[in-house]
Design a protein around this ligand. Structure first.
Ligand code: TYD
Length: 227
C-alpha cells in the first residue's frame, strides 16, 4: 500500500515537473462575403508552418461533424435571426469544447474562419438582435472564448460581389442577399473593429493577393513577435 502511494506521489511529482506546453494563440479571420478569407487563411497557415508553429485550421459555423450539420441549416434554411443565433451557439459551444480549447491547451495555434464577430455583425447589427443580446446569449451558452486577435478583411461591396460571381459555383442564402445587406455587413465590421482596436484589425483587401497577405502577416508579426 505504502509503495503504491509512493509510486503515485512520484508520478504526480514527475508530472508537475514536466513543463506545461505554452497555450497556443487563437486567431480569427473575418469579413463579408467574397472578401478572400479562405485564401488568406491558407497563406497564414503556410506562414505558421514555415515558422514551425503547430496549428489547426478550422471554420465557423462548423469545425466538428455535428457543427457542420448545424451549418447546413444555418446557411441553407429559412430561419430567423434568433434561430440562427441559437444554432450558431450550439455549434460554437461544441466546436470550442471538442476542438478549439483542446488544441490551444496542447500548444497549437488555431486559425478560425469566422467566430463571434460574425454573430455580432450578421445577427446582432444587421439582423437587428442588437450587440447586447448576442453577447448575453454567448455568456448564457458558455461561449466566452475570446480570440487573441481578429483580422477583418474589408473589401468594397461591388468588388466583393464581382469576386463572388467569378469564383463561386454555389451561393448560400447570405451571399444571395442584395447590395444593401452587404453594405451593412461591411459597416458592421467597421463598427466592431472601431470599438475593439486592441483585439481587432481592419485589413484592406482590395490589393493584390500578395499585398493583402503582406499586410496581414506584418500585423501578425508585430502582434506576436514573430520573424
Ligand atoms: P462563409 O464563411 O462565407 O463560407 P463560404 O465561404 O462557404 O460561403 O459562410 C458562412 C455564412 O454564415 C456567412 O454567410 C455568414 C454566416 N454566419 C453568421 O451569420 N453568423 C455567424 O456567427 C457565423 C460564424 C457565420
Amino acid at each position: 500500500m505504502e509503495n503504491t502511494v509512493k509510486t503515485v506521489q512520484k508520478s504526480i511529482a514527475q508530472d508537475a515537473n514536466r513543463p506545461m506546453p505554452e497555450r497556443g494563440k487563437f486567431l480569427v479571420l473575418e469579413g463579408g462575403e467574397g472578401v478572400g478569407k479562405s485564401t488568406q487563411l491558407q497563406f497564414l497557415a503556410a506562414y505558421l508552418h514555415g515558422q514551425n508553429i503547430p496549428y489547426l485550421l478550422t471554420r465557423e459555423p462548423g469545425g466538428t461533424p455535428l457543427a457542420e450539420q448545424l451549418r447546413s441549416a444555418i446557411v441553407g434554411e429559412d430561419v430567423d435571426e434568433m434561430e440562427e443565433l441559437l444554432m450558431i451557439l450550439a455549434a460554437r459551444r461544441h466546436h470550442i469544447r471538442m476542438v478549439i480549447q483542446p488544441a490551444l491547451d496542447s500548444g497549437m495555434w488555431v486559425l478560425c474562419d469566422r467566430f463571434i464577430d460574425s454573430s455580432l455583425v450578421y445577427q446582432g447589427i444587421v439582423g437587428g438582435l442588437g450587440l447586447d443580446v448576442v453577447q448575453m446569449w454567448h455568456r448564457m451558452a458558455g461561449c466566452l472564448l475570446i480570440p487573441d486577435h481578429t483580422f477583418v478583411l474589408q473589401l468594397d461591396c461591388a468588388l466583393a460581389r464581382a469576386r463572388r460571381l467569378d469564383n463561386r459555383l454555389t451561393c448560400n442564402k447570405f451571399d444571395q442577399r442584395g447590395v444593401d445587406f452587404h453594405q451593412k455587413i461591411h459597416k458592421g465590421y467597421e463598427e466592431i473593429a472601431r470599438k475593439n482596436p486592441e483585439h481587432c484589425t481592419l485589413v484592406p483587401a482590395d490589393g493584390t493577393l500578395e499585398e493583402v497577405t503582406a499586410a496581414l502577416l506584418d500585423r501578425a508579426r508585430a502582434l506576436f513577435g514573430l520573424a
